[in-house]
Write a protein that binds this ligand. Structure first.
Ligand code: ADP
Ligand code: MG
Length: 744
């Protein structure tokens, strides 16, 4: 006998305390269609995932095409096809794009890809729908496409997890015709199904119940199992008028071992002591029709499941308790593996099984395929493009223009009780500072207060009735300035301007008097009276104190992180959620190829964004780049890498897109608030200030502002560059160690 294509020995898989697959053993010969049956949750998909090398077994061994799944998963992946339980192709790619993507992933040469594409299109009759988007196909056609993709590389072994679930009967029959055709061509298949009629078509079936393989063998042999129709019993089909009542009646009879509905009829397992007439008599209905039958597969499964559960109950085992040793082996009809030989190294005499060694593929195997596919996704999703290219420009404009921290035109209300020239001068002096904007005058105390409490005015100027009078008589005049302190920034500006204005006006009035004195405190270069000390502040780098100079360079960093973080984490998590990632894991694509292929498009887009935002900064906001542009771009690349790493990290933490959004926000929030983008870090309390060192964008903002505003060079920025390098390396190390080509 030739080496079986699949050889499973005592395969077991735990998920925490739960045993999803318990001590399962079976073999599949070449060209067979092996049907794996069992209720939902019995472990079918888990077995397939282990055989495909994407889920490591907890114990036991499984060999596929001669290779052990635990040690040679990548070899196996090159020679098998896998159709996962749910539709997991790319809905936004067309039929032909999906097929060619899988062809490239398996590394087919262009000529072979063309040939194989034609072959699978002929087989599945998809030729008329090449340009239809996969998402718009009907159920049956989706499955054909999935089959076409699974067959593109001519696998010798095909795993089909519930391929006919949810498709109509005609499509179901057509798909099975295809499977028979493939079996005829020597493709071995493992199919899971819920349908008994499909089970009948398999060359061999295994029935799983509560994570255990209960029976295994060709359908006809299973039906003849002794346990199914024990000696001294027979199976009968009864056609009765009132099946419900009759079933209860039959079950009460001690000579009837078992009775179950079967469509409109009842199937009963009856002791030989009850013959045809006796059975009819039990129903007490002369119209009852009775005929002897062979057991159906359903009968087999029902009986075997029942005897297994009875046995478990009898020996006191609970479902999923690991006590399989006490349970006698269930009658495995066609098992050749009662005493499984130790897995021996297989000599490859059978030329149809895979060669033992194939050239090891490069570390970046599959990169081009993934890359091309990512660009197709981006092309098909204009909203992504909008998000990537228009939003950054909008953000820059909003931050540059709208968020203006210069405080001007604070609405000011005047209550002038004097009204003469001196008071008019004072009002004008307030208006001329540009900090205040006089919005109106009131004539009574009540309205003055009202304007302040309503928030209409932020500053209230009250000039007393004797203002001019007192000045004229050289007495001190007091002016009341009420400032709304709720907005601390405007209030501070108003307070400073008010104080300065008071000093300036006073100095101006005093000068004439001082001039007449015999000695003066100081004189300026022209010999005029002056204040003794003159401060001459000079603003470097941003002489007009424009807030856009502070915000816009920082935006490059924030936007770059926002886009790379969201897009990369989404690109990966979306595939995980749709199930296409699992499908990719079953292909020979390398980890590096998969990651680079997914990350590179977003790196390119991120870099494009840097260029766009810098252009807007220089030409719209007139913030020139003082330092070296090339250095700035190089350091941006480093930060880009860091952003991609963060995206990757999120994708390893989040199982769903919703979770990805939440994680991404969790990262973005401190990046915006604590990195020094909005508020100066030096003002933060020490514990928070310490935290800012763990935020990568902090370093990049220092670099950006350094290069753009101060003309700093690499040498000036060493501490920040080092910080960024360390962050990037730490993030990549963590996320790479978490990202495996496996489902666990
Ligand atoms: P089937 O395909 O027969 O419906 P599965 O193999 O999908 O069943 O699942 C078998 C059992 O293992 C189920 O109870 C399922 O909840 C559990 N299971 C499957 N995958 C996981 C996982 N990754 N983590 C935890 N439990 C799992
Ligand atoms: Mg399943």
């Amino acid at each position: 006998m030739t080496e079986p294509v699949i050889d499973v020995q005592n395969l077991t898989r735990h998920f925490g305390d739960y045993i999803a697959v318990n001590d399962v053993s079976f073999q599949i010969q070449k060209g067979a269609i092996f049907g794996l049956l069992g209720p939902n949750g019995s472990g079918k998909s888990t077995i397939i995932r282990m055989l495909c090398g994407v889920l490591p077994p907890t114990s036991g061994t499984a060999r596929v095409l001669g290779w052990d799944v635990s040690t040679h998963a990548e070899e196996i992946k090159r020679h098998i096809g896998y159709m996962s339980q749910s539709f997991s192709l790319y809905s936004d790619l067309s039929v032909i794009e999906n097929i060619q993507f899988y062809g490239r992933i398996y590394g087919l040469s262009p000529e072979r890809l063309a040939q194989r594409t034609q072959d699978v299109l002929d087989l599945t009759s998809l030729g008329d729908r090449l340009d239809q988007l996969a998402g718009t196909l009907s159920g049956g056609w989706k499955q054909r496409l999935a089959l076409a993709c699974a067959l593109i590389h001519e696998p010798q072994m095909l795993f089909l997890d519930e391929p006919t679930a949810g498709i109509d009967p005609v499509a179901r029959r057509d798909l099975w015709d295809l499977l028979f055709q493939l079996a005829g061509e020597g493709v071995t298949q493992l199919v899971t199904t819920h349908y008994m009629d499909e089970a009948e078509r398999c060359s061999e079936i295994g029935y799983l119940h509560s994570s255990r393989l209960i029976v295994c063998g060709p359908p006809d042999e299973l039906k003849q199992l002794e346990n199914v129709t024990p000696p001294g019993t027979k199976r009968w089909e009864l056609t009765v008028e009132h099946p419900t009542e009759q079933l209860a009646r039959l079950r009460r009879n001690e000579n009837i071992v078992d009775a179950t509905f079967f469509g409109d009829a009842i199937h009963a397992l009856v002791r030989d002591s009850l013959d045809e007439q006796g059975l009819k008599a039990v129903t007490a209905d002369p119209t009852t029709e009775v005929r002897p039958i062979a057991p159906s597969l359903e009968d087999v499964f029902v009986t075997m499941t029942r005897s297994q559960t009875d046995h478990d109950r009898h020996v006191g085992t609970t479902h999923n308790a690991e006590s399989s040793r006490e349970v006698p082996s269930p009658p495995v009809a066609a098992s050749q593996t009662k005493n499984a030989p130790a897995p021996v190294s297989v000599t490859q005499t059978d030329q149809e099984t895979a060669p033992k060694t194939t050239a090891s593929p490069s570390a970046f195997f599959g990169l081009m395929a993934i890359l091309l596919k990512e660009f197709s996704h981006i092309r098909r999703q204009p909203s992504t493009l909008f998000f990537m290219l228009v939003v950054p420009v909008m953000q820059t404009l909003i931050f540059g223009y709208a968020i203006n921290t210069e405080i001007e035109n604070i609405p000011t209300i005047v209550y002038d009780l004097d009204g003469r020239q001196e008071a008019r001068d004072l009002r004008e002096a307030f208006q001329n500072t540009r900090t205040f904007h006089i919005i109106g005058r009131v004539t009574d105390e009540e309205s003055f207060r009202q304007a302040m409490t309503s928030g209409q005015a932020k500053v209230g100027l009250r000039i007393p009735p004797d203002y001019s009078e007192r000045l004229l008589h050289q007495e001190q005049a007091q002016v009341q300035v009420l400032i709304d302190g709720s907005d601390s920034q405007s209030a501070t500006a108003a307070l400073n301007t008010t104080n300065l204005l008071g000093i300036n006006l006073s100095l101006r009035r005093t000068r004439a008097f001082v001039e007449a004195l015999p000695a003066v405190p100081a004189r300026n270069a022209e010999g005029a009276v002056a204040i003794p000390i003159e401060m001459r502040p000079r603003l470097l780098y941003n002489p007009n104190l424009e807030s856009s100079h502070f915000f816009v360079p920082g935006l490059v960093g924030i936007i770059l992180q926002l886009v790379t973080l969201f897009l990369t984490s989404f690109a990966i998590v979306r595939e995980r959620e749709l199930g296409t990632l699992e499908q990719l894991f079953v292909t020979p694509v390398s980890r590096a190829g998969l990651l680079l292929g997914k990350l590179m498009p977003y790196a390119v887009i991120g870099f494009l964004e840097v260029l766009i935002v810098l252009t807007v900064m220089v030409y719209v906001f007139k913030v020139p780049i003082q330092g070296d542009l090339l250095q700035l771009l190089t350091l941006s690349l480093l930060f880009l890498l860091c952003g991609l790493g963060l995206g990757l990290l999120v994708s390893t933490l989040a199982k769903t897109q919703l979770a990805a959004i939440q994680f991404a926000f969790l990262i973005m929030l401190p990046s915006v608030l604590l990195s020094g983008f909005m508020f100066p870090r030096s003002e933060m309390p020490l514990p928070i200030y310490t935290v800012t060192f763990a935020i990568p964008v902090t370093y990049f903002l220092e670099i950006l502002r350094g290069v753009v505003l101060r003309g700093a060079g690499i040498a000036d920025l060493v501490p920040h560059i080092t910080g960024l390098l360390i962050c990037t390396m730490v993030i990549f190390t963590i996320s790479l160690s978490r990202f495996h080509k496996q489902l666990t």
